[in-house]
Design a protein around this ligand. Structure first.
Ligand code: GLN
Length: 486
């Protein structure tokens, strides 16, 4: 394994800018690591040849005044990449090759990066363990036989195993932050509308948001800067000036008020998570921040509301996969209706079907008011809770997940226990606000645990600054024995 692949994104960007390394050498090092991906299964598509060609082209005519000069980056297979298969982890899109590029990936390429490969994910981003992917489980590089989290599980795994210097995921209910927490990496879900959704395979459009996954907070700032942009093609995109998150990064957080919501101390939460949270509070206090107790009274309704709103939107978004417009078509059936039915029952996996069924049910006449409309009202109450809290505090500190990475198969047949994993992450999506997960410690098994910082809308800079200050004091050590290379 090359030392280069262990360096941070910021470091390698600087090395390229100073002409101390070439893009070709860098890309070769990652390609070499990716060859050992067999046991991790984090890549669905490898773009080694085209990446190497891009690297050589870059070295011939290096453009150095960009954020990501000559850097190969692998992305979640939910972002449409022109001419490169985009599967969304589904049989339905197994052979789908878009002829357009998502705005986010396009932004990365405009900043000098190029595509290294497409990363495994839960089918249509529905899941918390990457076990719903049609392309198989992904392993957590930290611990053999544990899940890397989901739905951006290929992203978290590849990142933690040094197969890509940074990556991007999507977060509808926690799919960036939970896998980051399970793999000892950093993941940020931006304010809804900061990063364009154009060209991302849709799951639940009012919740979906793309964001960076990196090995440090500094890298996270750099990636967010490259990704965020106003986009006319996304009707919910926020029209605002671009920010220099990486340049403005500081660990000076004296005087900031940090809220601790009492409702996040859930029944049965392990002592280790409690200890982690206490330690986070102590570090913030030592850095000059003030700790304030707050209440988010409607937190307990967030999970049920999410599991109505998200499936409802999914059932509508996934109606387009009918064997005519996109991807897979069943060869069985004697007429059009049978073809539709067979295509959808053969093309979708169980979790996706479960969501479509729930979503269709809660939207059907007679049940709409009782479920969907009520969930929308609860959603507003959850948003109001955050608005009230942010009158008193600058940010909120919580654990990212109620546990560390669990074993492959442990929750697979128990959807409710799988859904409970999202308990600390979904309120943020319902409210449309930003949050970051940073590695903050280990449990007794030496598995990583994350802390989450939640911010006001468009307050990403403050979140990054606080995360930066905490990261410096925690001095988290990633423990890899590289079992997958043996
Ligand atoms: N685990 C959650 C779900 O299954 C969140 C998924 C996501 O954020 N894409 O819906």
């Amino acid at each position: 394994m090359s030392e280069l692949t262990k360096k941070s994104l910021t470091e390698i960007a600087n090395l390229i800018k100073k002409k101390e390394i070439k893009s070709e050498e860098l890309t070769q090092s990652f390609i070499k690591n990716i060859e050992k991906d067999k046991k991790l299964n984090s890549f669905v598509t490898k773009c080694s040849e085209s990446a190497l060609k891009k690297a050589k082209d870059f070295d011939k005519k290096p453009k150095l005044n960009t954020l990501l000069p000559g850097i190969p980056i692998a992305v979640k297979d939910l972002f449409c990449t022109s001419g490169v298969k985009t599967t969304a982890g589904s049989k339905m899109l197994e052979n789908f090759i878009p002829n357009y590029e998502s705005t986010i990936t396009n932004n990365l390429w405009n900043e000098g990066a190029f595509l290294l490969g497409k990363l495994n994910c839960d089918e249509y981003a529905m899941g918390s363990s990457n076990e719903t992917s049609y392309f198989g489980n992904v392993m957590n590089p930290i611990a053999e036989n544990t899940v890397p989290g989901g739905s951006s599980g290929g992203s978290s795994s590849a990142l933690a195993a040094d197969l890509t210097p940074a990556t991007i995921g999507t977060d509808t209910g926690g799919s960036i932050r939970q896998p980051a927490s399970f793999t000892g990496t950093v993941g940020l879900k931006p304010t809804y509308g900061l990063c364009s959704r154009w060209g991302i395979v849709a799951f639940a459009s009012s919740l979906d948001q793309a964001g960076p996954m990196t090995r440090s907070v500094e890298d996270c700032a750099l990636m967010l800067e490259a990704m965020a942009s106003f986009d006319e093609r996304d009707s919910t995109s926020i029209n605002k000036k671009k920010e220099n998150y990486s340049k403005n990064l500081t660990n000076k957080i004296k005087g900031l008020k940090i809220g601790i919501p009492k409702e996040y101390r859930v029944d049965g939460m392990s002592k280790e998570i409690d200890k982690l949270w206490e330690n986070g509070k102590k570090i913030l206090k030592d850095s000059g921040a003030e700790i304030v107790d707050i209440s988010l009274p409607n937190t307990k309704y967030a999970l049920p509301a999410y599991y109505i709103v998200a499936p409802a939107e999914a059932s509508s978004n996934l109606a387009r996969y009918d064997g005519v417009k996109y991807g897979f078509r069943s060869s069985k059936g004697n007429n059009l209706i049978e073809m539709y039915e067979n295509t959808r029952s053969e093309g979708f996996g169980d979790e996706v079907k479960r969501r479509i069924l729930i979503g269709t049910y809660v939207l059907s006449s007679g049940y709409y008011d009782a479920y969907y409309l009520k969930a929308q009202k609860v959603r507003q109450l959850i948003k109001n809770d955050f608005d009230q809290a942010f009158k008193k505090v600058d940010t909120i500190l919580t654990p990212s997940t109620p546990s560390s990475a669990f074993k492959i198969g442990e929750k697979k047949d128990d959807p409710i226990s799988m859904y409970l994993n999202d308990i600390f992450t979904v309120p943020v999506n319902l409210a449309g606000i930003p949050a970051i997960s940073i590695p903050a410690g280990h449990d007794n098994n030496k598995f990583p645990l994350g802390l989450q910082l939640i911010g006001k809308p468009l307050d990403e800079q403050k979140l990054l600054n606080i995360a930066f200050a905490v990261e410096k004091k925690i001095n988290f050590k990633q423990m890899l024995n590289r079992w997958w290379e043996k």
